[in-house]
Design a protein around this ligand. Structure first.
Ligand code: FAD
Length: 400
């Protein structure tokens, strides 16, 4: 008789939670996503999907669904904050995909979520379900919700973001680490930016300056420009996709910057503002029946553009391992998942912290040395973008 398949409950319907549910269902495992929001309102501006995240989306059957909404920028272009001089460029369209086996995409987070939902199909997500507690029982775990409901599953996956209730409930309280910086983000319709001729090209722009940096790229098949402007502010500690900042404040923070940057900022009426937090790497993610995924496990600053990509990598690895385990093999599968994913995400957490400082150096010898290092970026980032999460898992678990 075939071993009993585990029933899996996922807490959180963000990119990671939806992706792992797809991966599980494709292997015939019943998985239900419990999401606190009453509707998936698709906030969050744009994200970059590297070849590593793309490979995971392809494995889940979602990459083709997204292709129409995504942009493949022609190059990454680093610019001097005041003069606008191009300091380093790297080809993205073409060369990047040849090297790393999949393209580099810029896309609205909403489009990723919609594509994942479409692939998941109806009936797999329970909305308005805010988890308050998870308790491990002998052969499973029980989730309790704010409305008094309960559900029991063979395995529970906490994919509920940086403030994870699952993590808190199972592992106790811990503190998010505030970076002392804020990210202003917005999508600006491209037709408001017609006076900036350089935007006719589809480029990933990275403007680096003293104490600030500004990243912009087209999304929605080129219909809008997404920007992220990172500024220091030790006082602002609100972390939400939907908090609005003041345009005037943002413009003042970039006073003296090249008109390319200030004109984009000026064209945006209400930027979202997001205090940037991460967490110290965790030593343990899993118990026998409960594990963490994505930001819940390894929240990182956005300076490698890898948070969502890592959630996708986690999702395909965990789904594969649970898919190969019967209900009796859940504990072993969760341990293998954690072993496979912890070292890599730990490195990315540390690297993302380091990048912030390096992006924001004052003009001078250190900034020049950084620009010199940036010429080697494709080699330096090969371990991130060239990674095949499932391939690496197979290598790790192959008999020697
Ligand atoms: P989340 O997206 O946070 O989803 C968690 C879900 O759980 C949400 O739907 C939430 O409503 C739900 N939830 C929370 N609590 C509960 C509860 N108690 N019960 C039930 N449901 C709950 N990543 C990239 O890869 N590329 C980028 O270019 C990039 N840019 C970024 C720029 C900025 C400024 C920031 C802040 C982040 C960026 N990221 C980027 C990171 C990326 O957005 C996150 O890492 C990613 O969204 C994490 O996905 P997740 O599914 O783990 O968590």
């Amino acid at each position: 008789m075939a071993p009993k398949r585990p029933y899996v409950a996922v807490v959180g319907g963000g990119i990671g939670g939806l992706a792992v549910a797809i991966g599980l269902r494709k292997q015939g495992i019943e998985a239900v996503v419990h999401e606190q929001a009453r509707e998936l309102d698709h906030q969050g501006a744009g994200i970059a999907i590297g070849a590593n995240g793309h490979r995971a989306l392809r494995h889940l059957g979602v990459a083709d669904r997204l292709a129409g909404a995504a942009v493949e920028p022609v190059r990454a272009d680093f610019r001097h904050w005041r003069t606008g001089r191009s300091t380093v460029t790297h080809a993205l369209a073409g060369g990047y995909a040849d090297r790393f086996g999949a393209p580099f995409w810029t896309v609205e987070r909403a489009a990723v979520q919609q594509a994942l939902l479409a692939e998941l199909g109806p009936g797999a997500v329970r909305l308005g379900a805010r988890c308050t507690e998870v308790t491990q029982t002998g052969a499973g775990a029980v989730i309790r919700f704010a409305d008094g409901a309960e559900t029991e599953a063979d395995a529970v996956i906490g994919a509920d973001g940086i403030h994870s209730a699952v993590r808190h409930s199972v592992f106790g309280p811990d503190e998010a680490v505030f970076s002392g910086t804020s990210g202003y983000r917005a999508l600006v319709p491209m037709d408001r930016l017609g006076h900036i001729p350089e935007l006719a090209e589809r480029v990933l722009w990275l403007w680096l300056g003293p104490g600030r940096h500004f990243i912009a790229y087209p999304v929605a098949d080129g219909a809008a420009l997404n920007f992220l402007a990172v500024v220091p502010d030790a006082q602002w500690t609100v972390e939400s996709w939907s908090t609005e900042g003041e345009s005037a404040e943002l413009l003042a923070a970039f006073e003296g910057w090249h008109p390319f940057v200030t004109e984009i900022l000026a064209a945006c009426e209400r930027p979202g503002r997001w205090a940037l937090y991460d967490r110290e790497p965790r030593r343990v993610w899993s118990t026998d029946r409960v594990t963490l995924l994505g930001d819940a496990a390894h929240a990182m600053l956005p300076h490698h553009g890898q948070g969502a990509n890592q959630s996708l990598e986690d999702a395909v690895v965990l789904a594969h391992l649970l898919g190969s385990a019967g209900a009796d093999g859940v504990a072993q599968a969760l341990r293998s998942y954690e072993r496979a994913r912890r070292p890599r995400t730990r490195l990315l957490q540390a690297g993302s912290r380091k990048n912030a400082a390096c992006f924001q150096l004052p003009d001078g010898p250190e900034a020049r040395a950084r620009d010199e290092r940036l010429t080697r970026l494709p080699d330096d980032l090969a371990w991130i973008h060239g990674h095949d999460a499932l391939g690496a898992l197979r290598e790790q678990t192959a008999p020697v």
